[in-house]
Design a binder for this molecule. Sequence first.
Ligand SMILES: *Cc1c(COP(=O)(O)O)cnc(C)c1O
Length: 469
Amino acid sequence: MPSDPRDESRHVTSHSEIPENPSPTALPAEDTSTAAGRAARVLRHALDEGLLTPGEPVAGFLDTDGIRASVRALHTAFAPVPDVLHTFAVKASSLVPVLRLLTGLGMGCEVASPGELRLALDAGCDPSRIVLDSPAKTREEIAEALALGVALNADNLDELDRIGAVRPDGCASVVGLRVNPQVGGGSIGAMSTATETSKFGVALRDEGGREAVHRAFAQRPWLTRLHAHVGSQGCPLELIAEGVAETYRLAEEINERLGRRQVTSLDIGGGLPVNFADDAVRPTYDDYTAALRAAVPDLFDGGYGLVTEFGRSLLAKNGFIAARVEYAKQAGGRRIAVTHAGAQTATRTVLMPRAWPLRVGAFDARGRPKSGPDVAQDIAGPCCFAGDVVAEARPLPALVEGDHVVLYDTGAYYFSTPWAYNSLPRPAVHGYVLDGETVRCAPVRDAQTLDEIAAESGARHADGLHTLR
Ligand SMILES: *Cc1c(COP(=O)(O)O)cnc(C)c1O
């Protein structure tokens, strides 16, 4: 994680290497090997095509070639493993076209709610390639998953009882148990799932925890998988690898005690951190598999089938948010660009700015990179609370009305996971490819309409409270 995002923002937002636009017809050819160059190209196209307008002033963009490359990198890193299922953590980009693209690239889906399960099925993901992981599965959800043949990871021992009660003989669903190896947390508490007191999984180091897991497997021959998802953004690779190693050792111990290889697969979760400081993909999936090999030399030998559940690391760097600057103003010596990208689409960054700093790019009304000296300015959003600021005192060329900002690395957990605050509409999402000099876009999600906002805000029950008089 960058300690101070401001240091890094210069890297992306100074475009002195890009020549000034000589005439309206001959626009500069951006260096599309950089995120800033690609965003400039796509932004110009979006403005030309009316995908970003004064009336629809914010949108998300996804680089489909980038997504393909990320999936390829993941598959390549795990290529030596004889039996591996890579699932995509649907919460990282809960958009049906994205899930269909990923499914087509050989990925399964990790889901954690009936809604996510529905999206995975609508995307065409085969139920046998879906893993259900919620910590709060109802009896109904469990029965539904078992009927479909979706794999389940029970979060706790009581859930195993529920599964056992409704699981039909010959059920196709793989059933696993999530354990918490309690190896500790990373730099973001809310993203650390393997702390001493995490709400997830069976706490292995608690008194009696390990023994209870042994009993659970001894009593249930259909329980064949161990699951651990050790952390996410802010967790070092070594910590994640240590959690996987603990899980591997437990599987060996269970099988040894039972005298049979009952545990046949390990779901090692996701959680590869993402570098939000510059364009570099760091760590890579190769770094991750190297860390795993160092911690568990036998992990890739095929003794266990493997399941992975990556989310952020597959999508974050393959998306950006573009938003119009509505006003530029000053208050108490503070310069503020009021944009349309705030807490409704960059929720985590606004609510937890230290944990989730984002790079911001400055572009003019036509989508050209802005030049000029950097001045410190706040990049604020449209929401009506004072803290709706995505970047504070960020050095950027002075933004003015009609300019645009780009929030980089927001392909996961940002525009795909909007917040309904202030009844702001969910922004549209577009996929794109850069095809030589041309940009081609395809719709992923339409912007929410006012009718939809009203419908989701109880319009149908407008008289509902009157009737209570
Ligand atoms: C969120 C989550 C993931 C994906 O995490 P990323 O940090 O996005 O890779 C995987 N598995 C489980 C159980 C999760 O809750």
